[in-house]
Write a protein that binds this ligand. Structure first.
Ligand SMILES: Nc1ncnc2c1ncn2[C@@H]1O[C@H](COP(=O)(O)OP(=O)(O)O)[C@@H](O)[C@H]1O
Ligand SMILES: [Mg+2]
Length: 314
């Protein structure tokens, strides 16, 4: 599938907000472009205030782009027809908390046009799918944040959409809640749905997303396959050495451009993979010990921080 038949396509989208009449408008999105392919989990990643929710609002047709063009399933996002194929979990969704899980989902099913005879079955199926069957008849005010987020995901799926948009689905959750949501997102992909998620939680992106776009201050700084990102740059290794003679660290720094960190009587260093043998020989030759050698994997965090730094220099 090429970009032309992408599930989501964003081309040079600009968004200006006018604070109030007569005041100068503020540009929040500076011509962003990316696309989302069929059946993938796409991560839209950026620090707070980068423009993720604004982009999502443009895609959901809640606000209009000032310039540029966006399509979902080939339809212009300003049209309404495609919306029956799209599920949406907003950032911090609010639900009437005196209703039960079952009642709120029945309400959304009705709103989404699920026929009344099918509604009860669909709601039970969804409650089961998100693991809330046991709490189905308890009021939402008794739910944990993680349970509410699962209600939010169930609500987005009520009409069996093809594409699901999730705004910060893991934020504010404890590690168990995050894992539960991650598992649900993976199940969505297994069931053939395309998932677009905005987030600033990078480990979740590394674990979940097939492709990512990094947005900083309203500009897309990187876009591509997560694996390709993580394999970027020259490979490096982390070494831990012990009983190192006093003059060795300086030598390793100079000869092999090692970055060093002292830790008690241990020396931790990172070097390019091609220097690992030399460093080991130098260490053993000088009477030091080798504790461990671990390949270093570039993290999304380092790429992300680099993108933010680059942006602040521009
Ligand atoms: N309705 C609005 N009017 C004016 N500025 C807005 C409006 N909505 C968002 N912004 C501004 O746009 C920027 C991007 O916001 P947002 O898209 O919510 O970022 P993110 O979701 O990445 O944290 C922020 O600086 C925010 O203050
Ligand atoms: Mg946001």
């Amino acid at each position: 599938m090429d970009a032309a038949d992408a599930i989501v396509r964003v081309e040079n989208v600009v968004k200006d907000f006018r604070p109030s009449f007569g005041l100068r408008s503020r540009r929040v999105l500076h011509g962003i472009s990316f696309d989302v392919q069929d059946g993938e989990i796409f991560g839209f990643v950026g620090p707070n205030g980068a423009g993720k929710t604004t982009t999502l609002k443009v895609l959901m047709g809640l606000i209009r782009a000032s310039q540029g063009h966006a399509t979902i399933l080939g339809c212009d996002v300003r049209e309404t027809a495609f919306r029956q194929h799209v599920g949406f979990l907003p950032e911090n969704p609010y639900f009437y908390d005196y209703l039960t899980g079952r009642e709120i989902l029945s309400f959304y099913a009705k709103l989404s046009g699920v026929a009344s005879r099918a509604r009860e079955g669909r709601v039970s199926e969804l409650l089961d799918w998100v693991g809330l069957s046991a709490a189905a008849d308890a009021r939402l005010r008794t739910y944990s944040k993680g349970m509410l987020q699962r209600v939010g995901i169930a609500q987005a799926l009520v009409h069996e959409p093809k594409v699901v948009f999730l705004d910060e689905p893991m934020s504010g959750l404890d590690p168990i809640g995050r894992k539960e949501i991650r598992d649900l997102i993976l199940r969505l992909r297994d069931e053939g749905k395309t998932v677009f998620m905005c987030t600033h939680i990078l480990p979740d992106v590394e674990m979940l997303c097939d492709r990512v776009a990094i947005i900083v201050e309203g500009r897309v700084r990187h876009a591509g396959a997560t694996d390709a990102f993580l394999g970027e740059g020259e490979p490096e290794a982390d070494l831990v050495l012990a009983a190192v003679p006093a003059d060795l660290p300086a030598q390793l720094e100079e000869l092999y451009a090692a970055s060093l960190r002292g830790h008690g009587d241990r020396l931790e260093l990172r070097v390019r993979e091609k220097f690992v043998q030399d460093v080991l020989q130098a260490t053993l030759g000088a009477g030091g010990h080798v504790v461990s050698v671990t390949p270093h994997r570039t993290s999304l965090e380092s790429i992300f921080l680099h993108a933010v730094e680059e942006s602040s220099r521009c």
